[in-house]
Unconditional design. Sequence first.
Length: 119
Amino acid sequence: QVQLVESGGGLVQAGGSLRLSCAASGRTFSRFAMGWFRQAPGKEREFVAGITWRGGTTAYADSVKSRFTISRENAKNTGYLQMNSLEPGDRAVYYCAGCSALGNGCGNWGQGTQGTVST
């Protein structure tokens, strides 16, 4: 079973950037697609971005397209979410997950990392 630990959250001003990391334990990380999700206060968790196990295909929520970039380094058992041009609406707890398919069948949730954007 894969265990995931997110890091890299913090407080930035609007227009700034954050790079989130998702470190995976276990040797099966490279066999899973990976997804990033977020949950804002009072809202349900929502899909942000996904990447296939080889990294050849990615998908993004419309709200983050052209601003966020998902990537992974299977040799390091690590995934990333580069977030640029951050907006106050991006404030949320960000989670990574292993997925059976791009954006679907996701589980093995990490504990989350908080991203806060100030105006």
